[in-house]
Every structure is written in C-alpha cells, then in structure tokens.
Design a protein around this ligand. Structure first.
Ligand code: SF4
Length: 337
C-alpha cells in the first residue's frame, strides 16, 4: 500500500511566538494570506485526480504553523472541509502539526469530532534550557502532557525533533530522542536545524553566536536517532527539510546542513555501518554484495563514499556490487567469492 499525504499549508497568522529558527512571523507579516475551506477543496480535489485510490493510503495534512493555535472558527472550517472527504471515503485520515502547549482536553475533543487521525507535535528538544534559548515558549513538560493527552485519545502521535539547535549538544539531542521515545510516538520527523533568512538564528549566526552543525555531524546525529527510534518500532517518516511554501531552499537557507537528499545520506550511512559490521564476521579476500538495482546508489553512497569507507576499514578486500532484482529493496546479501 502506497502512502500519500495531500499537504495543505496553513500559515499561523499572528503567531505570538518567536522561535529562533522560524521565519513564519516575517513571512505571514508580509503576505497576510490565510486559507479557507475553498482552498482545502481545491487542493484536495486537484491531488485526488492524480492518485490511484485503490492501492493508496491517503491523508490530508495541515502543515505550516501551529494548527490548533489558529482561530477556532477557522480550524473548524478547515477540518470540516477535510472531514467531508473522510466521510466519503475519498481519504483515510487527517493529520496536522502543532505546538505542545496548544493541546488541551478541549482541543483534543474538537480534533476527535472532526476525525483527525494524527497530531504531530513540534517537540524540537526535551531540554528546557535549549527550549528557552531557542525562544520556544514551552517546556519539555508541555510535550509530556500533550503527548499523553493525544495517546489517550486514540489519535496517533507524531514527534518532530531538531538536532543542532542553539545551545544543544550531541549528548543533549541523544537525551531528547530518549525522552521522546519514552512517550511512544507513532511516527517521527527529524529536522536538522538550518539557518533560515529573517530568523533570530540568522542574526546569531551572523553575529558569530551560533554555529550550525556540519553536514556530517547532522548525518551522524540523525543516523543515531533513526536507529534508536527504529529499534523501538517507531516509524521515522522524514529526515531533513522539505522545501515548503515558507522556505525556498535557494533563497532562504543561509547556512547549515542542508542537502537535497539528506534522508538518503542518513539511510546510506546506516547501510554502510551495517555492512562494515557484517563484514567483520567474514574473513574473506573478495566479496560480492547483491542489492536491488534501485538500492545501488544508497549502498554505494554519495561520491562512492560508502565504498571508500568500507575499503578504508578493510584495505585488502575486493568488493563487487551486483544488481539483483530478486533482492528486496533496502536489503543486501554478501557472498564470499
Ligand atoms: S515555529 Fe511555530 S510557534 Fe514557533 S514562531 Fe514559528 S509558527 Fe510560531
């Protein structure tokens, strides 16, 4: 079953917060553009024309600012429009993202009454000092409380976490991941911190007060987080920034570990570590690694980085990559030759 999310961008007009990494305030201040039920119908019906219903799990996703922080009447208008597709069984779910401190019992009841199936919380960090330094305006305890309310309601819980925030460290982010896992999210997104134009972080970066993670640091921290979540059966649905209505990569990303295929880099690093570890159990001079043709680039890595790393670890080993579509995508078989 394929999965498709129809994205509906909802700017958080008048967001009272000023999170260090977010340019929403500036952008919404300029555009003053909201979304209506009509927009939801237009976007959803356009997307539905291009999706094969039978073999696809389809969701409508409200992304952007903090959905449950926008005007209540507008929330109901947008959710009502989305729910009509749910009732007609044209889609299977409705998901939205919001802040942990914008979730309470009344909000949960509203979301349930409109059939919302997943709520993603912008957790970012579980360290109060990091949250404070990044002007988040909520605490880790808010995340704990909101996560429990969502889980207890039967709505699926999503967490979004950010390695590389101002004032954080690899150990601090590791702890964030541990504390997030303890709340049993159903899915997770990992967004390495980038310096976006017109943000506090950008001011601090230009003033020399903030240094973003390098690409390899961000890959390492994300890789560790992905492995930890997966080991707990938690699905990681996105690693790395998705260019959106608020962020154009070319125009807005000033610095930081941006890569157009960041998730692929992380996946590739995971595969490389696994193969190096598997090879340590073999004592061969020459091996053949069989993979699905579509998985070759992940296995080989960017600029053949994985092959170089394997070769550095086992300098005398001869490696041959063989494409074999009998092997499942994402798996490999090492044969001694
Ligand atoms: S991240 Fe969300 S809460 Fe923070 S400033 Fe941006 S829109 Fe507001």
């Amino acid at each position: 079953m394929k999965k498709r999310t129809i994205p509906v961008f909802v700017p958080h007009l008048g967001c009272p917060n000023d999170c260090s990494f977010c340019n929403q305030k500036k952008i919404t201040g300029i555009e003053k553009k909201s979304v209506s039920a009509g927009d939801v119908h237009r976007i959803v019906s356009q997307h539905l024309k291009t999706i094969e219903r039978e073999h696809t799990h389809i969701e409508i996703g409200f992304f952007g600012g903090s959905f449950t922080g926008i005007d209540k009447a507008l929330q109901e208008e947008l959710l009502g429009a989305a729910q009509s597709y749910l009732k007609e069984k044209k889609v299977d779910g409705i998901r939205l993202s919001t802040r942990p401190d914008y979730i309470d019992e009344e909000t949960i009841e509203r979301l349930q009454s409109f059939g919302v199936t997943t709520v993603e919380l912008g957790v970012q960090s579980m360290d109060d000092e990091v949250l404070m330094k990044n002007l988040r305006g909520h605490t880790a305890e808010d995340t704990v409380r909101a996560s429990r309310l969502i889980k207890n309601s039967g709505i699926a819980l999503g967490h979004q976490v950010m390695p590389g925030l101002y004032g954080d460290s690899p150990e601090g982010f590791r702890e964030t991941v541990q504390k997030s896992m303890a709340l049993s999210p159903d899915c997770v997104r990992i967004y390495p911190t980038l310096v976006i134009r017109d943000t506090r972080l950008c001011e601090w970066y230009r003033a020399g007060k903030f240094t973003p993670l390098s690409l390899s640091e961000a890959v390492d921290q994300s890789k560790e987080a992905v492995l930890a979540y997966r080991a707990h059966g938690i699905s990681v649905i996105r690693v790395g920034l998705l260019a959106s209505d608020t962020i154009s990569v070319d125009a807005d990303v000033v610095a930081g570990p941006y890569h157009p295929a960041f998730g692929e880099l992380v996946e590739s690093a995971i595969v490389c570590d696994a193969i190096i570890s598997e090879l340590s159990e073999k004592n061969e001079e020459s091996v053949e690694i069989k993979v699905h043709p579509h998985f070759v680039s992940t296995l080989v890595g960017e600029k053949r980085g994985n092959i170089k790393k394997i070769q550095e670890t086992y300098p005398s080993l001869q490696i041959k990559i063989v494409q074999d579509d009998a092997i499942n995508f994402g798996e490999w078989r090492i044969l001694c030759i």
